[in-house]
Design a protein around this ligand. Structure first.
Ligand code: NAD
Length: 273
Protein backbone atom coordinates (compact mmCIF):
# COMPACT_ATOMS: atom_id res chain seq x y z
CA UNK A 1 0.00 0.00 0.00
CA UNK A 2 1.26 3.43 -0.93
CA UNK A 3 -0.83 5.05 1.77
CA UNK A 4 0.34 6.07 5.25
CA UNK A 5 -1.57 5.07 8.36
CA UNK A 6 -1.25 6.35 11.93
CA UNK A 7 -1.82 4.42 15.14
CA UNK A 8 -4.69 5.63 17.32
CA UNK A 9 -4.35 5.39 21.11
CA UNK A 10 -6.92 2.58 20.85
CA UNK A 11 -5.05 -0.76 20.85
CA UNK A 12 -4.01 -1.67 17.35
CA UNK A 13 -6.42 0.60 15.45
CA UNK A 14 -4.84 2.35 12.49
CA UNK A 15 -6.27 5.29 10.60
CA UNK A 16 -5.32 6.03 6.98
CA UNK A 17 -3.79 9.51 7.06
CA UNK A 18 -5.67 10.68 3.99
CA UNK A 19 -9.44 10.35 3.99
CA UNK A 20 -12.32 11.48 1.81
CA UNK A 21 -14.73 14.06 3.27
CA UNK A 22 -18.34 14.22 2.06
CA UNK A 23 -19.79 17.33 3.75
CA UNK A 24 -21.98 19.27 1.28
CA UNK A 25 -21.92 16.52 -1.33
CA UNK A 26 -25.63 16.07 -2.07
CA UNK A 27 -26.91 12.62 -1.08
CA UNK A 28 -27.67 11.71 -4.70
CA UNK A 29 -24.04 12.42 -5.76
CA UNK A 30 -22.35 10.93 -2.73
CA UNK A 31 -22.48 7.26 -3.68
CA UNK A 32 -20.80 7.94 -7.03
CA UNK A 33 -18.16 10.23 -5.46
CA UNK A 34 -17.28 7.77 -2.68
CA UNK A 35 -17.24 4.83 -5.10
CA UNK A 36 -14.83 6.79 -7.31
CA UNK A 37 -12.60 7.66 -4.33
CA UNK A 38 -12.49 4.03 -3.18
CA UNK A 39 -11.59 2.85 -6.70
CA UNK A 40 -8.70 5.33 -6.82
CA UNK A 41 -7.32 4.00 -3.54
CA UNK A 42 -8.80 6.06 -0.70
CA UNK A 43 -9.66 3.74 2.19
CA UNK A 44 -11.09 6.24 4.65
CA UNK A 45 -14.41 8.13 4.42
CA UNK A 46 -15.59 10.90 6.75
CA UNK A 47 -19.33 11.50 7.08
CA UNK A 48 -21.74 12.63 9.82
CA UNK A 49 -25.39 12.21 10.73
CA UNK A 50 -25.75 15.95 10.06
CA UNK A 51 -24.52 15.61 6.44
CA UNK A 52 -27.60 13.66 5.37
CA UNK A 53 -25.60 11.25 3.22
CA UNK A 54 -24.79 8.28 5.47
CA UNK A 55 -27.03 5.94 3.39
CA UNK A 56 -25.11 6.81 0.23
CA UNK A 57 -21.73 6.41 1.95
CA UNK A 58 -22.86 3.01 3.25
CA UNK A 59 -23.95 1.86 -0.21
CA UNK A 60 -20.57 2.77 -1.70
CA UNK A 61 -18.64 1.14 1.15
CA UNK A 62 -20.70 -2.05 0.95
CA UNK A 63 -20.26 -2.22 -2.83
CA UNK A 64 -16.50 -1.59 -2.72
CA UNK A 65 -14.10 -4.17 -4.03
CA UNK A 66 -11.93 -3.86 -0.95
CA UNK A 67 -13.27 -5.82 2.04
CA UNK A 68 -14.93 -3.85 4.84
CA UNK A 69 -12.07 -4.49 7.29
CA UNK A 70 -9.65 -2.72 4.94
CA UNK A 71 -11.79 0.42 4.91
CA UNK A 72 -12.14 3.08 7.59
CA UNK A 73 -15.53 4.75 8.12
CA UNK A 74 -16.13 7.70 10.45
CA UNK A 75 -19.46 9.21 11.40
CA UNK A 76 -20.47 11.79 14.02
CA UNK A 77 -23.08 12.42 16.69
CA UNK A 78 -25.26 15.41 15.76
CA UNK A 79 -25.59 18.32 18.20
CA UNK A 80 -29.27 17.82 19.11
CA UNK A 81 -28.57 14.17 20.01
CA UNK A 82 -26.07 14.58 22.87
CA UNK A 83 -28.57 13.28 25.39
CA UNK A 84 -29.62 10.29 23.24
CA UNK A 85 -26.24 9.29 21.86
CA UNK A 86 -26.70 5.52 21.90
CA UNK A 87 -29.99 5.70 19.99
CA UNK A 88 -28.52 8.21 17.54
CA UNK A 89 -25.51 5.92 17.02
CA UNK A 90 -27.79 2.97 16.21
CA UNK A 91 -29.66 5.13 13.71
CA UNK A 92 -26.36 6.07 12.02
CA UNK A 93 -25.27 2.42 11.85
CA UNK A 94 -28.57 1.44 10.32
CA UNK A 95 -28.46 4.26 7.74
CA UNK A 96 -24.91 3.17 6.87
CA UNK A 97 -26.02 -0.46 6.73
CA UNK A 98 -22.89 -1.47 8.64
CA UNK A 99 -22.45 -3.44 11.84
CA UNK A 100 -19.63 -1.21 13.13
CA UNK A 101 -17.89 2.06 12.39
CA UNK A 102 -14.17 2.58 12.75
CA UNK A 103 -14.51 5.94 14.44
CA UNK A 104 -17.41 7.75 16.11
CA UNK A 105 -17.02 11.42 17.02
CA UNK A 106 -18.96 13.99 19.02
CA UNK A 107 -19.43 16.50 16.21
CA UNK A 108 -19.33 19.72 18.33
CA UNK A 109 -18.98 20.27 22.08
CA UNK A 110 -21.81 22.88 22.31
CA UNK A 111 -20.53 24.18 25.68
CA UNK A 112 -23.71 26.21 26.25
CA UNK A 113 -25.75 22.99 26.46
CA UNK A 114 -23.31 21.32 28.86
CA UNK A 115 -24.11 17.83 27.55
CA UNK A 116 -20.83 16.63 26.03
CA UNK A 117 -19.60 14.80 29.14
CA UNK A 118 -22.83 12.80 29.26
CA UNK A 119 -22.56 12.14 25.51
CA UNK A 120 -18.97 10.94 25.93
CA UNK A 121 -20.04 8.40 28.58
CA UNK A 122 -22.41 6.95 25.97
CA UNK A 123 -19.58 6.85 23.41
CA UNK A 124 -17.45 4.96 25.95
CA UNK A 125 -20.21 2.36 26.20
CA UNK A 126 -20.48 2.11 22.42
CA UNK A 127 -16.70 1.67 22.19
CA UNK A 128 -16.72 -1.08 24.83
CA UNK A 129 -19.46 -2.90 22.88
CA UNK A 130 -17.19 -3.03 19.81
CA UNK A 131 -19.63 -1.18 17.56
CA UNK A 132 -17.14 1.68 17.21
CA UNK A 133 -13.49 0.59 16.99
CA UNK A 134 -12.40 4.00 18.24
CA UNK A 135 -14.09 7.12 19.61
CA UNK A 136 -13.10 10.74 19.48
CA UNK A 137 -14.16 14.35 19.41
CA UNK A 138 -14.53 17.10 16.86
CA UNK A 139 -14.20 20.82 17.38
CA UNK A 140 -13.05 20.41 20.99
CA UNK A 141 -10.77 23.06 22.46
CA UNK A 142 -8.04 22.76 25.13
CA UNK A 143 -10.71 23.73 27.66
CA UNK A 144 -13.41 21.24 26.60
CA UNK A 145 -10.87 18.42 26.10
CA UNK A 146 -9.38 19.04 29.53
CA UNK A 147 -12.78 18.81 31.20
CA UNK A 148 -13.64 15.67 29.23
CA UNK A 149 -10.41 13.95 30.27
CA UNK A 150 -10.87 15.03 33.90
CA UNK A 151 -14.40 13.68 34.18
CA UNK A 152 -14.38 10.50 32.07
CA UNK A 153 -12.30 7.32 31.59
CA UNK A 154 -11.25 7.12 27.95
CA UNK A 155 -8.98 9.71 26.33
CA UNK A 156 -10.32 10.64 22.86
CA UNK A 157 -8.29 8.94 20.14
CA UNK A 158 -8.51 11.92 17.80
CA UNK A 159 -9.86 15.49 17.70
CA UNK A 160 -11.10 16.63 14.30
CA UNK A 161 -10.65 20.41 13.99
CA UNK A 162 -10.49 23.16 11.40
CA UNK A 163 -6.86 23.23 10.28
CA UNK A 164 -5.20 24.55 7.11
CA UNK A 165 -2.25 26.81 6.28
CA UNK A 166 -4.27 29.96 7.12
CA UNK A 167 -5.37 28.46 10.48
CA UNK A 168 -2.62 26.21 11.79
CA UNK A 169 -3.82 25.58 15.36
CA UNK A 170 -0.32 25.23 16.85
CA UNK A 171 -1.43 25.38 20.49
CA UNK A 172 -4.16 22.77 20.10
CA UNK A 173 -1.88 20.48 18.07
CA UNK A 174 0.75 20.62 20.83
CA UNK A 175 -1.93 19.85 23.42
CA UNK A 176 -3.08 16.83 21.39
CA UNK A 177 0.47 15.57 21.07
CA UNK A 178 1.10 15.91 24.80
CA UNK A 179 -2.01 13.81 25.48
CA UNK A 180 -1.66 11.10 22.82
CA UNK A 181 -4.56 12.45 20.77
CA UNK A 182 -4.22 12.51 16.97
CA UNK A 183 -5.02 15.70 15.07
CA UNK A 184 -7.47 15.41 12.19
CA UNK A 185 -7.78 18.41 9.87
CA UNK A 186 -11.17 19.47 8.50
CA UNK A 187 -11.28 21.95 5.63
CA UNK A 188 -7.65 20.85 5.08
CA UNK A 189 -7.59 22.79 1.77
CA UNK A 190 -9.06 25.91 3.36
CA UNK A 191 -12.24 25.14 1.37
CA UNK A 192 -10.38 25.66 -1.92
CA UNK A 193 -10.86 29.24 -3.06
CA UNK A 194 -8.43 31.80 -1.69
CA UNK A 195 -5.90 29.51 -0.06
CA UNK A 196 -5.23 27.45 -3.20
CA UNK A 197 -4.68 30.69 -5.16
CA UNK A 198 -2.19 32.11 -2.67
CA UNK A 199 0.92 33.38 -4.55
CA UNK A 200 3.25 31.59 -2.10
CA UNK A 201 1.65 28.26 -3.02
CA UNK A 202 1.68 29.08 -6.72
CA UNK A 203 5.41 29.79 -6.52
CA UNK A 204 6.06 26.54 -4.64
CA UNK A 205 3.87 24.76 -7.17
CA UNK A 206 6.05 25.82 -10.10
CA UNK A 207 9.17 24.83 -8.13
CA UNK A 208 7.88 21.36 -7.14
CA UNK A 209 5.71 20.49 -10.15
CA UNK A 210 2.78 19.71 -7.83
CA UNK A 211 -0.56 21.48 -7.58
CA UNK A 212 -1.31 23.80 -4.62
CA UNK A 213 -3.83 21.24 -3.28
CA UNK A 214 -1.19 18.48 -3.38
CA UNK A 215 1.36 20.68 -1.63
CA UNK A 216 -1.08 21.55 1.16
CA UNK A 217 -2.11 17.91 1.66
CA UNK A 218 1.53 16.81 1.69
CA UNK A 219 2.22 19.49 4.34
CA UNK A 220 -0.57 17.98 6.50
CA UNK A 221 0.85 14.46 6.13
CA UNK A 222 4.36 15.57 7.07
CA UNK A 223 3.04 17.42 10.15
CA UNK A 224 1.41 14.18 11.29
CA UNK A 225 -2.18 15.29 10.68
CA UNK A 226 -4.95 13.11 9.33
CA UNK A 227 -6.54 15.10 6.46
CA UNK A 228 -9.96 14.62 4.87
CA UNK A 229 -10.20 16.77 1.72
CA UNK A 230 -13.56 16.92 -0.05
CA UNK A 231 -14.28 17.07 -3.76
CA UNK A 232 -17.13 15.87 -5.93
CA UNK A 233 -15.02 16.25 -9.10
CA UNK A 234 -13.36 13.00 -10.27
CA UNK A 235 -10.18 14.71 -11.51
CA UNK A 236 -9.72 16.53 -8.20
CA UNK A 237 -10.50 13.43 -6.15
CA UNK A 238 -7.61 11.79 -8.00
CA UNK A 239 -5.34 14.85 -7.77
CA UNK A 240 -5.84 14.99 -3.99
CA UNK A 241 -4.73 11.36 -3.68
CA UNK A 242 -1.46 12.03 -5.54
CA UNK A 243 0.51 12.94 -2.42
CA UNK A 244 2.41 9.76 -1.58
CA UNK A 245 5.21 9.96 -4.15
CA UNK A 246 7.01 13.16 -3.18
CA UNK A 247 8.38 14.89 -0.11
CA UNK A 248 8.50 18.57 0.87
CA UNK A 249 11.93 19.58 2.07
CA UNK A 250 12.27 21.63 5.28
CA UNK A 251 12.35 24.95 3.38
CA UNK A 252 9.12 24.08 1.54
CA UNK A 253 7.49 23.12 4.85
CA UNK A 254 8.63 26.46 6.26
CA UNK A 255 7.09 28.39 3.34
CA UNK A 256 3.69 26.87 4.13
CA UNK A 257 4.28 27.20 7.88
CA UNK A 258 4.75 30.96 7.36
CA UNK A 259 1.26 31.29 5.81
CA UNK A 260 -0.59 31.13 9.15
CA UNK A 261 -3.03 34.05 9.63
CA UNK A 262 -5.09 32.69 12.51
CA UNK A 263 -8.01 32.85 10.06
CA UNK A 264 -11.00 30.66 10.86
CA UNK A 265 -13.36 29.82 7.97
CA UNK A 266 -15.93 27.83 9.94
CA UNK A 267 -17.82 28.48 13.19
CA UNK A 268 -16.18 29.07 16.58
CA UNK A 269 -16.59 25.87 18.65
CA UNK A 270 -17.03 27.84 21.88
CA UNK A 271 -20.28 29.36 20.61
CA UNK A 272 -21.54 27.06 17.84
CA UNK A 273 -24.78 25.26 18.67
P1 NAD B 1 -11.81 21.35 1.94
O1 NAD B 1 -10.73 22.14 2.54
O2 NAD B 1 -11.65 19.90 1.80
O3 NAD B 1 -12.17 22.04 0.55
C1 NAD B 1 -13.10 21.46 -0.32
C2 NAD B 1 -13.31 22.38 -1.52
O4 NAD B 1 -12.07 22.71 -2.07
C3 NAD B 1 -14.08 21.69 -2.64
O5 NAD B 1 -15.46 21.88 -2.45
C4 NAD B 1 -13.55 22.35 -3.86
O6 NAD B 1 -14.25 23.58 -4.09
C5 NAD B 1 -12.14 22.67 -3.50
N1 NAD B 1 -11.16 21.67 -3.97
C6 NAD B 1 -11.03 20.37 -3.57
N2 NAD B 1 -9.99 19.79 -4.18
C7 NAD B 1 -9.45 20.73 -4.99
C8 NAD B 1 -8.37 20.72 -5.88
N3 NAD B 1 -7.61 19.63 -6.06
N4 NAD B 1 -8.09 21.86 -6.57
C9 NAD B 1 -8.84 22.96 -6.40
N5 NAD B 1 -9.88 23.04 -5.56
C10 NAD B 1 -10.19 21.92 -4.87
O7 NAD B 1 -13.11 21.74 2.82
P2 NAD B 1 -14.35 21.02 3.48
O8 NAD B 1 -15.19 20.31 2.50
O9 NAD B 1 -14.97 22.08 4.31
O10 NAD B 1 -13.71 19.97 4.49
C11 NAD B 1 -13.40 18.65 4.12
C12 NAD B 1 -14.14 17.65 4.98
O11 NAD B 1 -13.92 17.92 6.36
C13 NAD B 1 -15.66 17.73 4.84
O12 NAD B 1 -16.11 17.12 3.66
C14 NAD B 1 -16.09 17.00 6.09
O13 NAD B 1 -15.95 15.60 5.92
C15 NAD B 1 -15.06 17.50 7.10
N6 NAD B 1 -15.58 18.66 7.88
C16 NAD B 1 -15.83 18.47 9.20
C17 NAD B 1 -16.29 19.50 9.98
C18 NAD B 1 -16.53 19.27 11.43
O14 NAD B 1 -17.16 20.11 12.08
N7 NAD B 1 -16.08 18.18 11.99
C19 NAD B 1 -16.51 20.78 9.42
C20 NAD B 1 -16.23 20.95 8.06
C21 NAD B 1 -15.76 19.89 7.30
Amino acid sequence: ESMNSLLLNTDGVQIPQLGFGVWQIPAEETERAVAHALRIGYRHVDTAAAYGNEEAVGRAVRAAERPREKLFVTTKLANPDHDRAEAAFEESLSRLGLDYVDLYLIHWPVPSRDSYVQAWRALEKIYRSGRAKAIGTSNFTVETLTRLMDETDIVPSINQIELHPYFQQRELRAFHEANGILTQAWSPLGQGKGLLEDPALELLSSKCGRTPAQLVLRWHLQLGNVAIPKSATPARIKENFGVFDFVLDPEDMAVIGAMNRGQRLGPDPQTFV
